[in-house]
Design a protein around this ligand. Structure first.
Ligand code: CA
Length: 233
């Protein structure tokens, strides 16, 4: 029975040697990756900027625009797609230039397809790891992990309720900015409490006890008559 599944990742091959490109494509497709090909530097750069690839396999010696120029153009516009460079044997300078320009890894021709696949897996894993680490927010020695929904301060895990967690996330995203009560309330509860209610103060006091209790440097401060600020200096 044939099942249609999402590809593991989408990969662009920029390589003018048809035989090599076809060999790489075959290897990648057998591993369930989706593959696009471009046979010169200009087309390759165009594809890379048009579509969000998980990885680019980029040959250095290419017609129209070489691999280094393509890579430089991508990095110049903050395109951070991982790039695996293919270099000819003996061209150490090319490899150095490639890495300096922002390539993530390289492979010297001729290579075994199994080695290429191993490099591809490793780069994709690294990319995933980087994406995960981008989901943490930090202030001073406190880290909030948005995926694991975990808060750690000074190596100690702090247990927060889900409302306290949202509150802390909002404070960290606005760190060093004074937030007034109604702004905080609206953001966390999406509606306005009757004026005069002190529920927000109760929540903030709970949060303050949990994140600042026992630590000499206090992060959460009351600005009398205005609101609150989470600050690291
Ligand atoms: Ca080539």
């Amino acid at each position: 029975m044939k099942r249609t599944k999402e590809p593991l990742a989408t990969i662009l091959i920029i390589e003018d040697e048809k035989k090599i490109s076809a060999l790489i494509r075959k290897g990648l497709e057998e591993e369930k990756y989706a593959v696009d090909e471009a046979a010169d530097g200009e087309k390759g750069e165009h594809h890379a900027l048009q579509k969000q690839y998980d990885l680019i396999i980029l040959d250095i010696m290419l017609p129209k625009k070489d691999g280094i120029q393509v890579l430089a153009a991508l990095r110049k516009v903050e395109n951070g797609t991982p790039v695996l460079m293919l270099t000819a044997k003996g061209t150490v300078e090319d490899r150095v230039k490639g890495l300096d320009t922002g390539a993530d890894d390289y492979l010297v021709k001729p290579f075994a397809i199994t080695e290429l696949l191993a490099r591809v897996r490793s780069l994709l894993r690294r990319k995933k790891g980087a994406e995960r680490s981008a989901t943490t927010l930090t202030i001073a020695d406190l880290t909030l992990d948005l995926v694991a929904r975990k808060v750690i301060r000074g190596g100690k895990v702090i247990d927060l309720t889900s409302k306290e967690f949202s509150l802390l996330e909002y404070f960290i995203r606005n760190k060093n900015k004074t937030l007034n009560r109604s702004t905080i309330t609206e953001h966390i509860w999406n509606y306005n409490f009757d004026t005069g209610t002190n529920i927000i103060d109760v929540y903030i006091n709970h949060l303050r006890t949990k994140i600042d209790g026992g630590f000499p440097d206090k992060l959460l401060h009351t600005i009398r008559g205005v609101g609150y600020v989470l600050k690291d200096h």
